[in-house]
Design a protein around this ligand. Structure first.
Ligand code: 13P
Length: 188
């Protein structure tokens, strides 16, 4: 199912309202047949309008849009190439998930939510600088071999994806919630 520009802006605003990102950090995208619609770089979500969104070829070349695409466009494009079950991607910088990434290398299946929605434990990808093709390739390599629809990027954030923007956003929320449970249950 194709998303509209309005759907993408609603999901991106919701991501910010939920506190999964602050300022203009994070980004979201969805597939539109043989194209990708993605949020622009460095624009506050409350000010984002349909004309600010950017359309990319599946290979990542900009086709249309009033601004430059998210600096993480390589991450989105490469995951779409690696995971046919990804129709929409949300990338957050949520606090508990980033904290977990400093302590361990996997968010285990602590609750049935992870099994039911995310479909598997969520690995932590080793730190690689944001916005690079190296980050994108590493993420795709990890996601290609596992059932999970989410990945935690060490010292950086979360990538969640699914058949819709709503599913991708729910997955990011569940990663954050379960990361919080993980941290609260660690012995002190
Ligand atoms: P944008 O380039 O999409 O504004 O976001 C930066 C970011 O979240 C880096 O991971």
């Amino acid at each position: 199912m194709c998303c509209t520009a309005k759907d993408l802006i609603i999901a991106a605003r919701r991501m910010a309202e939920l506190g999964l990102v602050i300022g203009s950090f994070g980004n979201a995208s969805c597939r539109q047949d043989d194209r990708i619609l993605i949020t622009p770089t460095c624009l506050d979500y409350s000010r984002m309008e349909p004309a600010d969104l950017v359309t990319l070829e599946l290979a990542g070349k900009k086709l249309a849009g009033g601004r430059e695409p998210s600096s993480e466009f390589r991450l989105h494009v490469t995951i779409y190439g690696a995971r046919p079950d990804a129709q929409a991607i949300v990338h957050t910088h949520s606090t508990n998930a980033v904290t977990l990434s400093m302590l361990t290398n996997e968010l285990p299946m602590l609750t049935e939510e992870i099994e039911a929605v995310i479909k598997g434990p969520v690995p932590v990808a080793p730190f690689v600088p944001a916005g690079t093709q190296e980050l994108a390739d590493q993420a795709a390599d990890i996601l290609q071999g596992i059932p999970s629809k989410a990945l935690i990027l060490a010292r950086h954030g979360v990538v969640g994806f699914g058949q819709s923007l709503n599913e991708a956003l729910l997955i990011c929320q569940l990663v954050e919630r379960n990361a919080k449970i993980y941290l609260l249950t660690q012995p002190r």
